[in-house]
Design a protein around this ligand. Sequence first.
Ligand code: SF4
Length: 381
Amino acid sequence: MESEPAGIYVHIPFCLKKCPYCDFYSVTDYSFKKQFIKALLTELSIYKSSPLIFDTIYIGGGTPSVLKSKEIGQIIETVFKIFQIAPEPEITIEVNPKTISPVSLKCFKQIGINRINIGVQSFADNNLKFLGRIHSAKEAKAAIRWARNAGFENLGFDLIYGIPGQTKESWLLDLKTAMQFEPDHISCYMLTYEPNTSIYNNMKTGCFSPMPDFLAGSLLELNDGFFENYGYIHYETSNFSSSEEKKSRHNTKYWSGAPYLGFGPSAHSFNGRERRWNVRSVTDYIKNIESGLTPVESQEVLSIEQHIIETIFLGLRQKDGINIKIFNTKFGIIFEDLFKENISDLREKRLIILHNNQCKLTKKGMLLLDSICAMFALSDF
Ligand code: SF4
């Protein structure tokens, strides 16, 4: 476990405009940008004696592409100076189509970024408008072409489905448009309504009606077969890759319980047992670091029960499921004995498969992921 390569996540907390559905921490006031970068570089240096070896660096947010490439270059350079980085690391940046240009993309390439994830969300302008995105479908398409022209051979984008007014046909059209660009990776997220977002309040006050569950479910159902026809690997509930190599190495760490260090406001870190997270305020983050204090807001040590349930949740999200041998060794228990009743019930309903030391959901099971996870969480163990 200790020798497992770890990941580095850097949270850039700025966006040009807040999207109404977004629950990630970001602000639109840039006046703290310089102080933030200084504080971030200081936070990175706090961990200079980390014994971990890192093979992924993920610059997310927020919208990291609102920073100048020179500033992003400075962050990456500092990461390389401070930490032990494995050969050929995966270095990803998330970008918004409105905040990049052919020049900035070439600069990203030059500073060592080798994977780009574009927040496309939809190729239909009416959906983009509903989602409050600052870019048009045309700008998203241009951004993808520029990224390819800049030499990115590992290019992914995010799409959102379950948008009110969307139909099976219009979602299919979005997926087909996406395929014209031959992405290496694609993430399809169902629109969710998180409390405290403006979209949630608008829904609650009746400004619009959310997509009915049965329709959202049928769009989810459609994804698997669609990508399978194009030869993509459905390796995690929302994620598809064109090959094994193009799976997100960084995000896989979150699902497999690998260690990671998170920097910047609201960023989380995990060492295999203990989780800690930074303050969710850029001003408090800067203030803490400038006063020589830690920006960590809180931390928790997972109890064995929490750790077991979390391992099951994260395992079942993935196509390969839970590795029973690793699970048993890690927790010193027998998975099949501990969850005997659940397993037999789910097997009978053809929702789960146990084969070759793996416990994974069937296609039908994948559609019921949340309720199956809830079933494990409620078991008496
Ligand atoms: S651009 Fe991304 S991070 Fe920023 S508000 Fe929109 S969804 Fe959230």
